[in-house]
Ligand binder design. Structure first.
Ligand code: ATP
Length: 902
């Protein structure tokens, strides 16, 4: 291929300049993609590819109109591409093009999604292995939120967990982490984030701390105690530099550095968020999640905050008490609450408007929206002050946190400037009210007068000439003209100069009209320029008040989220939990917050404390074990976000983390076996949980052979109860484990009760102390529609196993005739002597006749060899009641081995 020149050549050389995935370049009224980029974009967005020839070669080309670029870029970014945009600008000798911005998943301003969009940088300091420090900085450019933290971590687990909670759209790994496959794999596994290698220099301590100081001022850095060389500062500097480099212009919206310590939030890893179905169900649906059930917010920002709260429960009792008091006040002020929510429903997303103002993308409608929302603050504040119950609650401070006077001033400013319903374009005039600016008014007045002259021209000309079919109009080619109907063209005066003949009419112009036309065009252009200039100035003034907009936006979002909690509490009869620093978790008549929405729910009590930390939950399948355990976790979580809880009363000891292990669903797709995932999750819990955590284990060890499963569950229970000492609920079908309830002082048994009369099982949904006696699995098989012969036979087998610890194999006699030949002996785990008919000889499962082995019980009469004797005597001496099941199993296995050896 010859080297491209011209437009394609220009495109290719711009492409060299950027490491973005795609480049689009403005060519007049279109943005064009060329070459491979054109093909990729056409594939992704269903655009038509044409061919552009350049000096004998031909290049694929796909383009979109200038005004439509944003949605196309958004769609590409949402698919994970980083898109560079090269704009065209006029120069003395034609035009030039340069890359003005790179839109990436983490810096995408025009997102259609109201939820937060996070860009994160993560830095590791110190050698590999023990004692590493991780710095994390997370920005949301759409709202200007910027959060920074630092944590010490041995194996990156805590740092990754912290990252997961933000569900970042884009991550910038620091220089030390770029080549760490393990870290990157773990990151990819749990987030959909695009990984971007940003300039290593920007992570360097000096550069980074300079960037942080430039952005927030030296004092801000010092006051939050982030030292120069800290990993957190390096991460923060990299994020700032990336936002600046991508050029979307939102850096100015990042006004505040929020640092937080790991101790402020409850540990809640991605697995647990998913298991507890906080924001989506395990199947990935929003509907049916806790957020979905709980969300009564009326603004996008309020919804975003509520979601964030659920994902980041707090450990600070003071903050929780503050939120609870606000919810309580709202719950008891029905009228004011409804009035405030009604007012709030007029609010736009101020945090996002602030970012649009600073990036220069806000239009007059956006500023109008900002004005209306700023004045919402005053109305909400008034409603709070006027309602005694609200006025004396911490809500008054929450509202007062934003500067109402400044908000009113800015709102008044904007209101004085902009017309009520401004147009969506900012270059076509019509934005400002009269009285806002004298110079502008003068031009507008002249312009309007000239337009008025044109408007009334037809009347004047009709009167002067006596022509009835006469109108004045304008189009692009002819400019202004007088149009006269064909039948009356004879009556046209001499002063009319003919312009064009149409089928039914003729067009003319007159000297006065030509002159007015020039005047109107001149005034129009001047007016548009003046209005645009003034609009930019106004937008800049708003951008300068970004912090104010963000403060007001956050205050309104908080009022929205808190009143949403109150609405839910009132509608569902929730109660204010007592939160305390002790261990006890006590729930009286508790319900599951989501299940109770759709089911006639049977409330249950739960009590745990220092001496009753570990509950083994047994009960039939489908009886409600999982629901009961999740309910405990969700009540705790709700208490730690400041919400009321679904219970008659509740007292919740604050936890430092909630860990769950629940049946894995979709991990097989990722190439890991269910059991492997189960064990990884268990391992993570055993490493991470502390005596202040809450652990939910819904079956452990089920994914493997029974003996291994029981052994692992047994050992894990001992380890948690004796060493980790976290509050734990463990649902299991291994009844053997219930023995631990009697032996370990802090472990207790509870069960979900069921009632069986005449073979009919009724689930009572009531939790009682002590272990269950049966499991009713066969009943569930019946409910699930397993064919009747299988269900009936299961019942028979079950009964025989219970009564005789042995069961025969049906149909093992291939030759027909008999039904009962091979007998499986539960206690030996082997086929023992055959049944009685039609023959006494043992038959293997394949139906073939076998010689009875020499040491089979059938041969006992002949005397035993020493090994068998030894086994028998051990068996006789064994105290079954005193031996833990796992040991029993091991013994049985040993005996079998011994006997086989003999
Ligand atoms: N307290 C309750 N009141 C009313 N319905 C309940 C209650 N608890 C559970 N349920 C309902 O019972 C069904 C089974 O509950 P769950 O999944 O918790 O049972 P499980 O014992 O964990 O079952 P399995 O052992 O098979 O996993 C669910 O549909 C749930 O909605």
């Amino acid at each position: 291929m010859t080297e491209a020149t011209g437009i394609v050549g220009e495109f290719l050389s711009l492409k060299e300049e950027t490491d973005a995935d795609l480049l689009t370049m403005q060519c007049g009224d279109f943005y064009e993609f060329f070459g491979e980029d054109a093909e990729t974009v056409a594939d992704e967005l269903d655009l038509t590819v044409s061919q552009k020839s350049s000096h004998g070669s031909s290049y694929p080309m796909a383009g979109v109109p200038v005004d439509d670029l944003t949605p196309y870029v958004s769609a590409l970014v949402e698919r994970g591409y980083r898109v560079a945009v090269a704009d065209q600008h006029e120069t003395a000798d034609g035009h030039a093009r340069e890359i003005t911005r790179v839109v990436t998943p983490g810096t995408h301003l025009e997102t259609g999604d109201a939820s937060a969009q996070h860009l994160a940088a993560v830095v590791r300091e110190g050698g590999r292995g023990d004692g590493d420090t991780y710095g994390l900085a997370v920005a949301d450019v759409t709202t200007g939120q910027f959060q920074v933290t630092q944590l010490d971590d041995a194996d990156a687990g805590a740092a990754l967990t912290e990252l997961y909670t933000f569900a970042p759209a884009e991550v910038l790994p620091g220089p030390d982490l770029r080549n760490d496959d393990d870290f990157l794999d773990r990151l990819r596994e749990r987030t959909d984030a695009a990984l971007t290698l940003h300039d290593s220099e920007s992570f360097a301590p000096g550069r980074a701390s300079h960037a942080v100081r430039e952005q927030f001022g030296g004092e801000a850095v010092d006051s939050v105690g982030v030292g120069e060389r800290d990993a957190a500062v390096r991460a923060a500097g990299a994020v700032l530099s990336y936002v600046e480099d991508t050029g979307v212009g939102t850096l100015a919206a990042i006004t505040r550095l929020q640092t937080y310590g790991a101790r402020e939030y409850v540990d809640l890893d991605a697995t647990t968020q998913r298991n507890l179905e906080l924001t989506e169900t395990m199947q990935g649906d929003r509907s049916g999640s806790l957020f979905d059930a709980l969300d009564h917010t009326v603004t996008a920002a309020g919804g975003r905050l509520l979601r964030r709260w659920l994902q980041r429960p707090r450990r600070d009792r003071g903050e929780l008490a503050r939120r609870q008091s606000c919810v309580a006040a709202f719950a008891e002020s029905a009228m004011a609450r409804e009035r405030i929510r009604e007012t709030l429903s007029d609010a736009y997303d101020l945090e996002r408007l602030a970012s649009r103002a600073t990036s220069g993308s806000a239009d007059a409608r956006d500023l109008r929206a900002a004005q209306e929302t700023l004045s919402v603050l005053g109305k909400v504040a008034d409603a709070v002050t006027e309602t005694e119950r609200l006025a004396e609650s911490p809500l008054a401070d929450a509202v007062a946190g934003a500067d109402r006077a400044a908000a009113d001033d800015l709102a008044a400013d904007l209101d004085a400037a902009l017309v009520d319903d401004p147009p969506g374009t900012v270059t076509q005039g019509g934005l400002f009210r009269t009285g806002y600016d004298d110079d502008l008014d003068a031009v507008i007045e002249e312009h309007e007068a000239a337009l008025e002259w044109l408007d009334t021209l037809p009347e004047r000309e009709k009167e002067r000439t006596g022509i009835t079919h006469l109108s004045v109009d304008r189009n692009k080619t002819d400019g202004y003209y007088i149009q006269v109907g064909k039948s009356e063209t004879d009556a046209v005066p001499e002063s009319y100069e003919h312009v064009k003949t149409l089928k039914n009419s003729k067009r003319y112009t007159i000297p006065d009209l030509d002159e007015k036309e020039r005047e109107v065009l001149r005034l129009e252009e001047r007016r548009h320029d003046m209005e645009y200039e003034r609009f930019q100035a106004l937008r800049e003034r708003v951008a300068e008040r970004a912090t104010l907009l963000q403060d007001v936006g956050r205050a309104l979002a908080e009022v929205d989220a808190l009143s949403s909690f109150a609405v839910h509490a009132v509608e569902n009869d929730w109660t204010r939990p007592e939160v305390h620093d002790g261990q006890a978790l006590s729930i009286e008549a508790g319900r599951h917050p989501v299940v109770e929405q759709t089911t006639e729910f049977v409330p249950n009590d739960l009590y745990m404390d220092e001496d009753r930390r570990f509950l083994i939950v047994t009960g039939p399948n489908m009886s409600g074990k999982s629901t009961y355990m999740r309910q405990a976790a969700l009540v705790t979580l709700l208490a730690q976000v400041g919400s009321f809880v679904p219970a008659r009363s509740a007292s919740v000891g604050l936890v430092d983390g909630i860990y769950t292990r629940v049946g894995a669903l979709d991990e097989l797709a990722q190439g890991r076996s269910t059991f492997m995932v189960e064990m990884q999750e268990l391992s993570n819990i055993l490493h991470s949980a502390t005596d202040e955590s809450l652990v939910i284990l819904d079956e452990v060890g089920r994914g493997t052979a029974t003996f291994d499963g029981i052994s692992i569950a047994w050992a894990a229970t001992e380890y948690i109860a004796n060493t980790v000492r976290s509050k734990t609920l463990f649902a299991t079908h291994y009844h053997e484990l219930t023995a631990l309830g009697d032996e370990l002082p802090t472990v207790e048994n509870v069960h979900v009760a069921a009632d069986e009369t005449d073979g009919d099982v009724t689930f009572l949904r009531t939790v009682r102390d002590g272990p269950t006696d049966r499991s009713y699995g066969v009943h569930v098989a019946d409910l699930a529609g397993v064919p009747a012969p299988v269900v009936d036979r299961s019942r028979e087998v079950l009964d025989r196993l219970r009564e005789e610890e042995a069961v025969e194999v049906r149909g093992s006699d291939r030759d027909g005739g008999g039904t009962t030949q091979a007998v499986f002996d539960l206690s030996s785990g082997q086929f023992a002597s055959g049944g009685s008919e039609p023959t006494d000889e043992p038959v293997a499962t394949d139906g073939s006749r076998e010689q009875a082995p020499a040491d089979s019980p059938a041969d006992d009469a002949g005397g035993l060899d020493p090994e068998a004797e030894a086994v028998l005597s051990e068996l006789r001496d064994l105290d079954v009641n005193e031996t833990p099941p796992v040991e029993l199993l091991a013994k049985v296995q040993n005996w079998q081995d011994d006997l086989e050896g003999a």
